[in-house]
Design a protein around this ligand. Structure first.
Ligand SMILES: Nc1nc2c(ncn2[C@@H]2O[C@H](COP(=O)(O)OP(=O)(O)O)[C@@H](O)[C@H]2O)c(=O)[nH]1
Ligand SMILES: [Mg+2]
Length: 250
């Protein structure tokens, strides 16, 4: 968009527009921003749909893990991979704005991992996943995608995954589903992480689960701890059920 297009919005301080949509350059800035956002999301949805077909063709269950920074995604993934490897094909796409620290933690388990750095980007897009999946040469198993730590932006970007899984730790407070409803509405499952810390932080886990269900009545809820191991059996059971469902859908 040429810079002068912003002119009318910046130089006139009327607070409103006298525009009747005759000239493209006089479309209100806010509407133009919405249209550009819509275009980006539409393009992403097209690529996500192709990813979804590609995952089905390769018999891959793709899970998109999202949370605020530090909720425990990587730690949980490491514990999950340790328990699943041996009898399940596994691969991981790791995403961070900077560094390969998480990818190194995953690689230490022996599971193949592809690292994406989004730079200034606040979420992963379907096109990033398409490239990563192509490079991983993966089939017949479970692909975990650890998204950027952010409870807002990743919610709007379909990657072609079978399920979005939101991780919310007991240290974050019961109100997060109400404050970030899009994320909890998009997720099929909420993992309440760091259950071992619950006694130290006055958290009401039942209230946290109830708030998630207020936003999304169909959301699954599992309370677990990567540290103590409690709840991990339920999480592994959920993954096994999701794999079975995916196979039936073929
Ligand atoms: N007490 C406790 N700490 C945890 C647990 N899971 C993760 N952590 C800690 O929380 C911090 C952030 O974890 P990390 O897995 O890097 O979170 P991510 O940013 O969501 O990937 C680290 O210091 C972990 O050791 C848990 O189940 N219990
Ligand atoms: Mg991480």
């Amino acid at each position: 968009m040429p810079p002068h297009d912003h002119g009318p919005d910046h130089h006139h301080h009327h607070g409103h527009h006298h525009d009747h949509g005759h000239r493209p350059e006089s479309v209100p800035l806010k509407r133009r921003v919405i249209e550009v956002e819509r275009g980006i999301l539409d393009r992403n949805d097209t690529i996500a749909a192709a990813n979804r077909r590609n995952f089905a063709d390769h018999r891959v269950l793709a899970l998109n893990l999202m949370s605020s920074p530090g909720a425990g995604k990587t730690t949980l993934l490491v514990e999950t991979l340790k328990r699943l490897r041996g009898d399940t094909n596994l691969a991981v796409i790791e995403v961070d704005q900077q560094t390969a620290l998480d990818a190194d933690r995953i690689a230490a388990t022996g599971v193949p991992v592809w690292q994406v750095n989004t730079g200034k980007g606040c979420h992963l897009e379907a096109a990033d996943v398409a490239v990563a999946f192509d490079r991983l040469h993966f089939a017949n198993g479970v692909l975990f995608i650890e998204n950027v730590g952010n409870l807002v932006c990743p919610a709007g970007f379909d990657l072609g995954e079978a399920h979005k899984v939101v991780v919310c730790s007991v240290t974050e407070g019961e109100d997060k589903p109400l404050k970030y409803p899009d994320m909890f509405a998009a997720a099929g499952l909420m993992l309440i992480s760091k259950a071992d810390l619950a006694p130290h932080c006055d958290v009401d886990i039942a209230a946290l689960a109830a708030n998630a269900r207020r936003v999304n009545p169909g959301i699954g809820v599992i309370t677990l701890s990567a540290r103590s191991g409690e709840g991990l059996e339920s999480w592994l059971g959920w993954i096994a059920a999701a794999r079975a469902l995916r196979a039936v859908a073929e």
